[in-house]
Design a protein around this ligand. Structure first.
Ligand code: ZN
Ligand code: ZN
Length: 374
């Protein structure tokens, strides 16, 4: 079903990406970059395997992978229309020899500092003994911040599958399932809907468990009148969705309603602040202000949001100290929350895309607190 889905999705401009990276590298005075973070390799080539390195120079694009991926690499690069060479090294020593031979004495060579371990850096220093190695940050990640229409279409499709899964499963909350059983059924529903995988393990946190922002679903049965935080998403053709709704089976009482109304107002404020050119920190401020005004600033223990794409958490961050501004095509979440230890929590999250005149929510599931008990 995923194949059927991706055939009808707007194509992505994968082939145009290496040129945009080269322009950045020229500006940075960097003749070559070794891309080792797999989401970045996928972004630049369309190759989705679990092992590869990509050498980018002014006149060469060389994907080196292992024997398992010979056919897949050629097929995916061809499908993406990417003009790159593919070479196979059966061992990592072979792969390193291929890369060093292709680069020759042309240095310095940039490494992705956020993706290379200390051990790998030491190995690569031996492999590229004749060139200077330079730590670089975010060259590809910053390109990835602006999604093309094909990328937005994939995130939108993943969001629609998640919306439909919640619509299908929410009535079953009235049967008081355990958090774990509800999470499993939600996951099944998304897979039936065409998701290739989950973007992360669903969070289903009821009652006091809701006070832990990243609680794991437990064997706790979801009770009547309890706030239930449901945070989940799935993947379509490599792209993630992310949504949180907080609901209650029946009336959660005045305290629960007040908390929910507050977070909903904070989420609206953050969502309304999203537009081209706005500082990421200003979106965080807009959401946080509402919760601080209510005296619960200390209970909002995380940033307001994050970028979503090939990774569930990617640039840009939407947080108090986040640098940068939002551009048209950036996809971020807006997800304020309030967590009261021993009591419970509320989080409400949308994934939104920045448009010319503001923002559009890709997660469309209605925000309402009360689910009718069965
Ligand atoms: Zn989430
Ligand atoms: Zn999120």
């Amino acid at each position: 079903m995923t194949e059927v889905l991706t055939e009808v999705l707007t194509p992505m401009d994968v082939a145009g990406r290496p040129a945009r990276l080269r322009a950045r590298l020229r500006e940075a005075g960097l003749p070559a970059l070794l891309v080792t973070r797999l989401p970045n390799v996928r972004y630049l080539t369309g190759f989705s395997g679990s092992a590869a390195m990509l050498l980018v120079t002014a006149d060469d694009l060389l994907l080196v992978t292992d024997g398992r991926y010979q056919t897949q690499a050629l097929e995916q690069l061809r499908a993406a229309g990417v003009d790159a060479r593919v070479e196979i090294g059966l061992t990592s020593a072979d792969q390193h020899r291929i890369l060093a031979g292709a680069l020759g004495p042309r240095g310095p060579l940039g490494l992705e500092a956020q993706g290379v371990t200390w051990a790998e850096q030491r190995t690569l220093a031996g492999v590229f003994a004749d060139v200077e190695l330079i730590p670089t940050e975010s060259h590809v990640e910053e390109l990835r911040c602006i999604k093309d229409a094909g990328e937005v279409a994939r995130i939108r499709a993943a969001c629609a599958i998640a919306d439909a899964a919640l619509a299908e499963m929410l009535p079953s909350l009235g049967d008081h399932p355990t958090e774990r059983d509800f999470a499993v059924e939600l996951e099944h529903s998304m897979r039936r809907g065409g998701a290739s995988a989950m973007s992360f393990d669903p969070i289903v946190a009821s009652g006091p468990n809701g006070a832990k922002p990243h609680a794991r679903p437990s064997e706790r049965a979801i009770g009547e009148g309890e706030l239930v935080v449901i945070d989940f998403g799935c993947i379509v053709d490599g792209y993630c969705s992310d949504m949180t709704r907080t609901v209650s089976v029946g009336d959660p009482g005045p305290d629960g309603r007040r908390l929910w109304d507050l977070v909903a107002a904070s989420q609206r404020a953050g969502r309304d602040a999203v537009r081209p050119g706005v500082a990421c920190a200003a979106v965080d401020r807009a959401s946080r202000h509402v919760i601080e005004e209510a005296g619960l600033g200390d209970a909002f223990v995380h940033g307001t949001g994050h970028g979503v794409g090939l990774e569930i958490h990617e640039a840009p961050r939407v947080a108090r100290t986040a640098p940068g501004t939002l551009g048209v095509g950036t996809v971020v979440t807006v997800e304020p929350g309030v967590y009261l230890p021993g009591v419970g929590g509320v989080r409400i999250e949308d994934t939104v895309v920045v448009t010319e005149d503001g923002a559009e929510a890709l997660t469309e599931f209605p925000k309402s607190l009360v689910v009718a008990p069965s």
